[in-house]
Structure formats: C-alpha cells, structure tokens
Design a protein around this ligand. Structure first.
Ligand code: SF4
Ligand code: SF4
Length: 344
C-alpha cells in the first residue's frame, strides 16, 4: 500500500514539474522566464527532480538550496548591461543630443535587437491581461526593462519608441542614411487616418487572443520576431516587404501599424512632463513641418503619436530659428538701441 502511495505521489510531483517546465518554455521567448529550456535540459531537470523526490519527498532541501545569490548571480551581467543601455538612452534624451541619439539607435539594434532579441511585445500585453507575469527573482532584467518602458511612457511619453525599441531604431537609422529623394510623403489627411490602423490592429490582436488564447499571433503583427523564424518563408517575405516599404515611407510600421506603439500611445496620454509650446506656436508651422511622426497638428502635439524624438524641442531652443526667441531678441535689441538715445 505504501509503495502504491509513493508511486502516486511521485507521478503527481513529476506532472506538476512537467506543467511548470512547459509554461517556462512557452514564456521563454519574451523574457518571461530565465531562458527557454532545451529538450535536453528538460530531461536532465526532470531526472534530478525525480532523484530529489526520492530523498526528500516534500522538497524542503530544494527550497533551502536555492539562495538569492544563486538565483541572481547569473543575471548580474545582463541586468547591468541592460540598465547601462537604458541609462545611456536617457542621457541622450535629456541632453537632446543628435550624435548620442544615433549611438543609442546603434546600441538598440545591436544589443537589444540582434544580441538579446528583447523587445516589448503584444505577448507582454497578453501576460498583463491574464495576470500571468514572470517570476520576479528569475527575470530581473525583464522587470527592469518593462518598468522602464511603463514609467518612462507615463513620465515623458513614448521614449521607448523614440530611443529603445530595436525595430524603431533600425527604421530611424534607415531614414537617416537612405537618400531623401526616395521618400514619398503621404498627404496629411491620409497620414492622420492611417495612424488609426495600429489601434485597430491592437484591438483585433487582443480580441483574437481573448477568443483563442493563442500567443503565436504575435508573429504576424510584429516584424522584429520575423527574422528569428526561419521556418516560415511567408514571414520573411512580410519582413522584406515592410523594410522595402520603409525605404519609401519613413517609419511606416511604427507610425501606422505597430500594436505595441498603439498601446504605448494610449498610455502616453498620461504624460506628466509634456513638450513645451510657446504662444507663437499657434501660428508658426516650423515644428509641424519638422516633425517626422505627424505628431504636431497646429498648436497641438498629439501625445499618442509623439515619440519624443527631440526634433521639435531642439528647434524650440534654437534662438536663430524659433520665432519665439527671434521676437524676444528683436524686442531686446529695440530696447537696447532706444536706451542710449533716451539718455542723450
Ligand atoms: S512603434 Fe512599435 S516598432 Fe516602432 S518603435 Fe514603437 S514599439 Fe517599436
Ligand atoms: S518632432 Fe516633437 S512632436 Fe514630433 S515626434 Fe519629435 S518630439 Fe514629438
């Protein structure tokens, strides 16, 4: 009787381990677990759990053996590098420096995109909907990254899109390096309507997920994963079409199609530190023409479209170009030139 009970207990224990490992494997791609375990590591871990179960059926030893140091040590380098990258991105943002911005883009593409393949994805939105979030202690970098994205969006708007996202950085680098004569500027009416497509896509993807609970839908709406999916030629072709289209219409995916950008756009309506506008902005069109994201409409900045690229902010600060300063400086000149005459 005792041996039957032991066999039943072991079977239950192993199935719970299997479920846990399967969940880990599903989450792995988006940083929801330390790493997606390979088939071999699953077997090794299952065997070691089996051996442990014999020696310690209640798993007390396993809990005691796993110290915080053991858990955090393998993550330290990753946490430090990611935090350093994010800090660098913020320095470039606060200094409004164009060279630093482009260095950030190169780091975003190289480190976050190709090396880590870690980007905010609709899968993270699904995780929030299900409240199925990664375990903090095993995913410190993921939390640093996700919290940075949410907090920076609430404080300043879509800084993530304007600096950190590898795909956005890649298309901005393309925009800066490709000849301008290739560009097609969509008419303003079309640009404004097309910007709504991404919200439609976001709603469709969420509804699809709620109906099917199929995570894999992300592959069809997020081009940054397509290069990792060599088994599907259709997705490679999709990525190629998007990149070629981006040659002609700048930041096409980010402006019109990205569901993550749409979600961050909704969140950025809460922006605490907004971009300054002068009273002269009501009539001046300089910034509106400068903004490559279609985020300025007359005196208003459309927060959900703005990615805090700095282009308009650098113009506001330019005392030779911005009418606000030109008017102030002219008035000051007039006063200065009138003062000596009065004193004579
Ligand atoms: S809009 Fe999407 S792809 Fe573009 S920068 Fe933002 S998150 Fe990245
Ligand atoms: S130019 Fe100004 S309004 Fe337009 S995206 Fe850049 S920061 Fe935002």
């Amino acid at each position: 009787m005792k041996s039957v009970a032991a066999i039943l207990f072991l079977t239950a224990l192993l199935s719970s381990v299997e479920i846990r490992l399967a969940t880990d494997a599903t989450r792995g791609r988006h940083g929801a677990s330390p790493a997606a375990p390979s088939g071999l590591s699953l077997v090794v871990r299952a065997v070691s759990v089996q051996a442990q179960a014999k020696a310690d059926p209640w798993g007390f030893d396993e809990e005691a053996a796993e110290s915080w140091q053991d858990i955090l040590r393998p993550q330290v380098v990753d946490v430090v590098l990611t935090t350093a990258f994010l800090a660098f991105a913020m320095v470039s943002f606060f200094r409004k420096s164009v060279p630093l911005k482009y260095v950030t883009f190169v780091m975003a593409v190289g480190y976050m995109g190709f090396y880590k393949s870690n980007l905010i994805s609709v899968v993270n939105i699904f995780g929030v909907i299900d409240w199925n979030l990664p375990i903090v202690k095993h995913n410190v970098t993921w939390y640093v990254f996700a919290l940075f994205t949410v907090i920076s969006t609430v404080l300043w708007g879509r800084v993530y899109c304007g600096r950190v996202c590898a795909y956005g950085a890649l298309t901005q680098l393309m925009d800066a390096t490709l000849p301008k004569k290739l560009r097609i500027e969509p008419p303003v009416w079309l640009e404004r309507r097309a910007a709504w497509i991404k919200y439609g896509l976001l709603a469709s993807v969420i509804l699809y997920y709620l109906a099917t609970h199929n995570l894999m839908v992300y592959r069809f709406v997020e081009p940054f994963w397509m290069f990792g999916l060599s088994e599907s030629w259709g997705l490679w072709i999709g990525l190629a079409v998007l990149l070629i289209a981006t040659v002609f219409v700048r930041n096409l995916y980010c402006r019109f199609l990205c569901p993550v950008g749409a979600m961050l756009g909704i969140l950025s309506n809460l922006t605490v530190f907004k971009i300054k506008r002068w009273s002269e902005c009501k009539t001046c069109k300089l910034c509106e023409k400068t903004c490559e994201w279609g985020a300025i409409q007359g005196p208003k900045i459309i927060k959900s479209e703005c990615v805090r690229c700095d282009d308009c902010e650098r113009l506001y600060m330019d005392q030779k170009k911005c009418p606000h300063w030109i008017i102030i400086l002219r008035k000051a000149d007039k006063i200065a030139s009138a003062s000596p005459a009065r004193s004579v």
